[in-house]
Design a protein around this ligand. Structure first.
Ligand code: GLA
Length: 378
């Protein structure tokens, strides 16, 4: 794949200066907690985007997406946040960087990261490009700077997202999951169970359409709940400082109660997952995943009937210890914790049942923890 991307680059633009490999991410547990100063447990995956980058002296941003055979040429001066198409990830990255040079940039990218498959392909593009440009122009931005720039670039698009995806993609490490604490941005790495255990993603085939508006609404509800509780308990600054007793005592609105209950309990599930991984006794992760799903479905209300069915149906396969909706929600993927091998016959039956129930086609892929973004000067 790398050779194919390089071949295309050379054909169109000559010799590139930088190569970037930027992975997607999976999240074991800890959903809708990142923007609530909570805990998450993601890892960068092997599936990735490869990107060659170089300078040009014609003042243009020239972009080629190899897999979908699309190319764009954009004037690099006076860029402003864009909202449409995949080119916005590149444009918005340059806007976030306050890029004001006349030097143009050429990019060719491709890879095996499913686009729109719930593995954060948009953050992979954004983080990869920013890391590449950082090296190309020797800006010396730290990884934390890049996380924040990527978040600005993506938030320029409409989703008021947290920074779990960018952190996992930029800071990932082979074989490790990252327990990130967004109260102080600390990262603790844990060995991901391997050999006997596997993580699979089941892509529901349902595009997460509502994600922008509903996601932003969830976030606003949580922020408002914190303000309300803080009126009674002035040491409550974020949802992380809240306890379940605050929810029952100070929140009257049923919806706010459910949202905050999810976040508080989900943080506890992340801690429990880390303890299991530390002890090496990981079978119990399955139950935590299921509890997370039920909370995401019933309390945070970010699942869909199709994904609920998929999670329930997956439990009929003996060696799927647990599964849950992953990422922002409203479709996308489930993450499944599997002991041993998934039998082809079980997968086929699952695929058929899911298809006849929903009319959608399931896609399956195994995900393994891998390094975050890697850049190379050529
Ligand atoms: C999306 C966002 C993340 C995170 C998840 C939900 O993937 O980009 O920041 O909030 O949803 O956990």
């Amino acid at each position: 794949m790398k050779d194919k991307i390089l071949g295309k680059y050379k054909k169109h633009f000559g010799n590139p200066q930088i190569y970037v490999k930027s992975p997607g991410r999976a999240n074991i547990i800890g959903e809708h907690t990142d923007y609530n100063h909570g805990l998450v447990f993601p890892f960068a995956i092997e599936q990735s985007i490869g990107m060659f980058i170089g300078k040009n002296d014609i003042g243009k941003l020239r972009l080629i997406a190899l897999d979908i055979e699309e190319e764009y040429i954009i004037d690099i001066s006076n860029l402003t946040f864009a909202t449409d198409g995949w080119t916005r990830y590149f444009i918005n990255s340059l806007v976030a960087l306050s890029y004001d040079q006349s030097t143009g940039i050429d990019i060719v990218f491709g890879g095996n990261l499913p686009q729109g498959g719930g593995v954060s392909s948009s953050s992979a593009l954004t983080c990869g490009f920013l890391a590449g440009v950082n090296q190309l122009f020797e800006y010396n931005h730290s990884l934390d700077d890049l996380v924040n720039l990527a978040s600005q670039a993506e938030n320029g698009i409409g989703l008021n997202g947290g920074i779990m995806d960018q952190t996992a993609i930029l800071k990932g490490e082979k074989g490790k999951a990252l327990m990130i604490d967004f109260a102080d941005f600390s990262v603790k790495k844990y060995q991901v169970p391997s050999e006997e255990y596997k993580f699979y993603l089941f892509n529901s085939g349902q595009k997460h359409n509502l994600v922008d508006t509903e996601y932003n609404k969830r976030r606003a509800t949580c922020d408002a709940a914190v303000v309300q509780v803080a009126r009674h308990r002035n040491n409550v600054k974020t949802l992380r400082d809240m306890m379940l007793s605050d929810v029952s005592q100070y929140l009257t609105d049923e919806r706010s109660r459910k949202r905050c209950t999810h976040v508080i309990e989900e943080n506890n599930r992340v801690i429990a997952a880390a303890q299991l991984m530390e002890s090496g006794n990981v079978d119990g992760l399955g139950e935590l995943l299921l509890a997370s799903h039920h909370s995401l479905s019933n309390n945070y209300e970010v699942s869909t009937p199709e994904v609920d069915y998929l999670v329930d149906r997956s439990q009929k396969i003996d060696n799927i210890l647990g599964s849950r909706i992953m990422g922002g929600g409203f479709g996308g993927c489930t993450i499944n914790f599997v002991k041993g091998e998934l039998a082809d016959s079980d997968v086929e039956k699952l695929w058929k049942d899911y298809n006849s129930k929903t009319g959608l086609n399931l896609e399956l892929y195994e995900v393994k923890a891998n390094d975050g973004v890697v850049t190379e000067r050529l």
